[in-house]
Ligand binder design. Structure first.
Ligand SMILES: [Zn+2]
Ligand SMILES: [Zn+2]
Length: 344
């Protein structure tokens, strides 16, 4: 455990839930000192940020002065001076350091106010010289802030503002059920398909999702590790795979493991702040996902628009020995969900 001294008091940084405001302020002070000394522990910062979502205004100030642009979450509450300072860095045609460009774009994306959005769209239309050093444009970086743009520059929201944790509990009275094994077989590996998540959108805690009925997302637990899988839902709770799944795949998941999955008791837990799921080992619905690889929001196979992130599940919480994360996105216009897998 690390111990820091601030104003003569010793403060330890450790995994702790429900810190008081004073305790949080102490930790913010520790982070600022660490930034000034160029010794910020990213994991400690992210863990506390995800669990407590404290205000980062002063951290952003210190980080900007120290020319420290990672992790970008430090900048989420940056004031307008810091924001404008970041924009100024990238407005310099000489700015050619790819790491700096990359990190500053992510910091701005996460600030995500109207000025940033306007600037991102401007850079998308009229690229700066640094654009040549990047694989993707600023509309991709914007996704870090939970939004992107369509071809006319209109904003598309990629996340829900509200977030709930999924907790083990009485799933029988929960508006969310995880993992129902179906009769139908996967066309690729012939294992039973699974309704990985069923959500009753009529529950008042989930009204913000915008579904007047039930959403079900169907996948093959085995094949979703290799393919993005899409299904179309009806509001009565039924769903069927859509897309072409013609390859033949070997099945690595055992039938008894599906039974374990079907017996999980994850249900709708309390509301948490939108960034709660980005670093905690938490299964969540709504808010921001924790991408273990690159940012990814699926394109709807029916209308082609970006889908919205709906829910994330840590595989090892529902199936033993399975690693990585499962993400479910949704297109409300087409009644389609998409599922994909990431692991380190
Ligand atoms: Zn399969
Ligand atoms: Zn669509």
């Amino acid at each position: 455990m690390k111990v820091y001294a601030i104003a003569g008091r010793k403060i330890s940084i450790m995994r702790q839930k429900n810190l008081s405001n004073d305790e949080l302020q102490d930790r913010v002070d520790v982070f600022i000192k660490a930034i000034e000394d160029d010794g910020l522990d990213h994991d400690e910062f992210m863990e506390l940020f995800a669990s407590h979502r404290f205000n980062t205004r002063n951290i952003a100030k210190a980080a900007f002065v120290a020319k420290n642009y990672f992790p970008p979450e430090m900048y989420i509450d940056a004031d307008t001076d810091v924001r404008d300072g970041l924009i100024k860095i990238l407005s310099n045609p000489e700015c050619g350091n790819r790491t700096i460009v990359d990190n500053v774009l992510l910091c701005l994306a996460i600030i995500g106010d109207d000025v940033v959005k306007k600037q991102f769209w401007e850079w998308e239309k009229n690229p700066m010289p640094w654009r040549k050093s990047l694989y993707v444009g600023s509309e991709f970086y914007a996704q870090k802030g939970g939004y992107t743009f369509d071809e006319e520059g209109n904003e598309i929201k990629l996340v829900y503002d509200k977030c709930h944790e999924l907790r083990k509990g009485d799933y029988k009275i929960s508006p969310i059920k995880i993992g129902k094994v179906r009769e139908a077989d996967c066309p690729m590996c012939e294992m039973k398909l699974v309704d990985i998540v069923t959500i009753n959108g009529n529950d008042k805690r989930l009204k913000h999702i915008g579904i007047n009925g039930t959403v079900t997302s169907t996948i093959c637990v085995n094949c979703v590790s290799f393919y993005d899988m899409y299904s179309k839902y009806e509001l009565d709770g039924s769903a069927n795979l859509i897309g072409e799944y013609e390859a033949k795949e070997e099945c690595y998941v055992k039938p008894e493991e599906l039974e374990v999955l079907a017996n999980n008791t994850y249900s709708l837990g309390e509301e948490v702040h939108p960034h709660y799921g980005i670093h905690n080992n938490a299964n969540t619905i709504g808010g921001f996902p924790h991408f273990v690889q690159d940012l990814k929001y699926l394109d709807c196979p029916t209308c082609g628009k970006k889908m919205k992130y709906l829910t994330q599940l840590h595989w090892d919480t529902i199936i033993e020995d399975m690693e990585g994360m499962l993400y479910i996105d949704i297109c409300l216009d087409c009644n389609v969900t998409g599922a994909f897998h990431q692991q380190t």
